[in-house]
Design a protein around this ligand. Structure first.
Ligand SMILES: *Cc1c(COP(=O)(O)O)cnc(C)c1O
Length: 375
């Protein structure tokens, strides 16, 4: 978190405000930045997925909210491409949703060239279908637009997991660009809000349902006055009690800090940030490059994804170096997605110059330790 965000967090800790009013104000700001009708600060993108699924299944119906996660008596199936399943879909299932897989993973299986197609989702729809779950990346297929069009023809909503898809900053507008009904982002990744925050943005009524299932609901119906642009009381048959999201509550400090971080993320120059990431990676590369340590700075189009540094170790076991880095002082956790190729990966997202220097120093130390003995 930046100093500005930390200051906002502290200021919020000294103020008093009903959380529903703070969330309603946050909703307006999130709507401005994302082009969505409304938004909610959650306790992480995973919580956004649970709340989003709960909102789609229950809508404004307090009896359904009360029943979750037992959703067998109303539509509760979410159709998802087999190649978009991951450990994060547990968050959707936690609301009571059942995932129905379509398509194949034949590209990874090496047994085919086609990805999941729109018609396969359509063929899986039935009277138990609540909606579609889609995990967004630039390589996701089918295209989200086409899938949303088809789902909307069946009056079914689409819940999108775009947790880690910022930058590019333009993806903030995914809810507006794709007409997906709900989109989840992490607050603790590139937005650099509190680690335990996320965003859910999208349709006003669904955000209201998610909010109702997140907020503390211990109030009197006669006294309870949520801001109408955020939660429309008239659409409720009665006042829901604490919902499935009550265990995912968000503090006023987190709400204020995330909204502050979001405003900074939405307004700062991505090119400046990209250049400083690059400089920090270059500092590391220059310090450790040797005949047995090859560094490659992986660029993306400026302003798009962050650059990264791939370090190929010719003489040392990448897994051993990775373990050694974790065990040293200070412990360093490098990207470990390419260990099988003998590579360490540095993501510069939250590094400043000092941290880059520390990483270079620790890498040098570990590499020296594992230098192969001479015959
Ligand atoms: C990081 C991530 C999440 C979870 O985000 P949190 O904010 O940590 O809850 C969910 N889905 C995907 C694809 C992610 O990358």
């Amino acid at each position: 978190m930046s100093e500005t965000v930390l200051d906002a967090f502290q200021d919020a800790a000294r103020a008093w405000v009903p959380v529903e009013q703070l969330q309603a104000a946050a909703s307006k700001m999130i709507a401005q930045v994302t082009g969505a009708e409304a938004g909610l600060v959650t306790s992480g993108a995973a919580a956004s997925l649970t709340l989003g699924a709960a909102a789609i299944m229950a809508g404004y119906d307090p009896a359904r909210m009360e029943q979750l996660p037992h959703a067998e008596s109303f539509p509760h199936e979410f159709v998802v491409a087999r190649d978009q399943r991951s450990g994060y879909d547990h968050a959707v299932r936690a609301a009571g949703a059942r995932l129905v897989e379509v398509g194949f993973n034949e590209v990874v299986a090496g047994a085919g060239v086609r990805r999941t197609e729109v018609w396969e989702y359509e063929a899986a729809f039935n009277d138990q279908t609540a909606g579609v779950l889609y995990v967004y990346t630039p390589d996701s297929r089918p295209e989200l637009d086409a899938l949303v069009d088809m789902a909307h023809r069946h009056k079914l909503p689409v819940l999108v997991d775009a947790a880690g898809e910022l930058p590019p900053r333009a993806n903030l507008m995914l809810p507006a660009m794709t007409k997906a009904n709900l989109v989840a982002f992490s607050g603790g990744k590139a937005i650099r809000g509190p680690q335990s925050t996320g965003l859910l943005c999208g349709e006003r009524d669904l955000i209201a349902s998610a909010a109702l299932q997140l907020l503390d609901m211990d109030d009197h119906w006669e006294l309870w006055e949520p801001p109408p642009h955020f939660i429309d009381r008239r659409k409720l048959k009665g006042m829901p009690r604490h919902g499935i999201g009550r265990s995912m509550k968000v503090s006023k400090e987190e709400i204020v800090a995330l909204v502050t971080a979001l405003a900074i993320f939405a307004s700062e120059d991505p090119t400046d940030k990209y250049d400083s990431h690059r400089e920090n990676l270059q500092l590391i590369a220059e310090a450790i490059e040797s005949p047995t340590v090859h560094c490659e700075l992986i660029d993306s189009v400026a302003g798009e994804r962050a650059p990264s540094l791939e370090i190929t170790l010719a003489a040392a076991d990448a897994l051993e170096i990775c373990r050694g880095l974790r065990k040293g002082t200070p412990p360093i956790y490098v990207g470990h997605g390419k260990l099988s190729e003998g590579k360490l990966v540095i993501n510069p997202m939250c590094l400043d110059r000092d941290a880059a220097g520390t990483i270079a120093r620790r890498l040098l130390k570990e590499l020296e330790h594992y230098r192969p003995t001479q015959d």
